[in-house]
Ligand binder design. Sequence first.
Ligand code: AMP
Length: 292
Amino acid sequence: VSLERFLTPENARTVVRAWQREGLTVGFVPTMGALHEGHLSLLRACATECDRAVLSIYVNPTQFGPNEDLEAYPRRLDEDCELAERAGANAVFCPTDKLMYPSGYATFVDQTGMTEVLEGLHRPGHFRGVLTVVCKLLNCVPAECAYFGQKDFQQTVVIRRMVADLNMGVEVRVQPTVREPDGLAMSSRNDYLDADQRRDALCLWRALQNVKKRYAAGENAAAAARQAMREVLAQVPQASPDYVDIVDCDTLERVDELTERAVAVLAVRLGGTRLIDNLPMAGDLPPGRAKN
Ligand code: AMP
């Protein structure tokens, strides 16, 4: 059986509904493409846990700010389809901008509170775009389960909130962050880094590990851990942090104490590239998911 391509929302919904009428469960993995092992790990989990696995590849313009990397964002659809098929995808949904946001388009999903901190503070409108497209994609691909990466921790929290608030009825499953052997979290944006920046990018992982080490050693003052993260980053003069924090895994509120609920989060600019990463004290897995 070869990979099916859904070109329109109607096409996607018709096939997904037909599978469901046959009694098959459908899982969905939304992505912006330029697939790497992080995306493929979501897809493999989806293909293992569901009867049918659908991947979407769509570089969503509404989640990019006016001075962000929308044009530069890597696009390689044919290569992605091959990787997706090998990782167990049954279908790929790759809509055009015209289909997703036709002229006259006027509806957006806005969430207050948790979308206004961390990434939201530094990328105004970002989560409005993310939540809108995830809601739209789930209407096109009405799956039982949707898979997201811990790499984009705040995104997983605000998507869970939206799914609950809007009674969307899809089960959100979060998979651990996949890292390069040296610890750098995989990201399509790592493509932008030159050799020096690739080396400097390790400061994110070093800062996160510093917090984890303190936690493991029984030190529980979050303020000292935050300060230590900043000091680790300061050792790389080219690295300019957007934010460095330790927050609660469900509320995103700044914590005073390192507990198993705490997640260290950071966003760092290296030249023109902006990298984000996070590390939950409970392990690189959200609560309630078994380790394999
Ligand atoms: P993106 O294409 O960047 O929008 O990412 C699509 C999905 O893949 C999101 O749910 C991301 O959180 C997830 N993802 C991206 N990078 C990683 C990674 N290194 N490990 C695990 N999941 C990832």
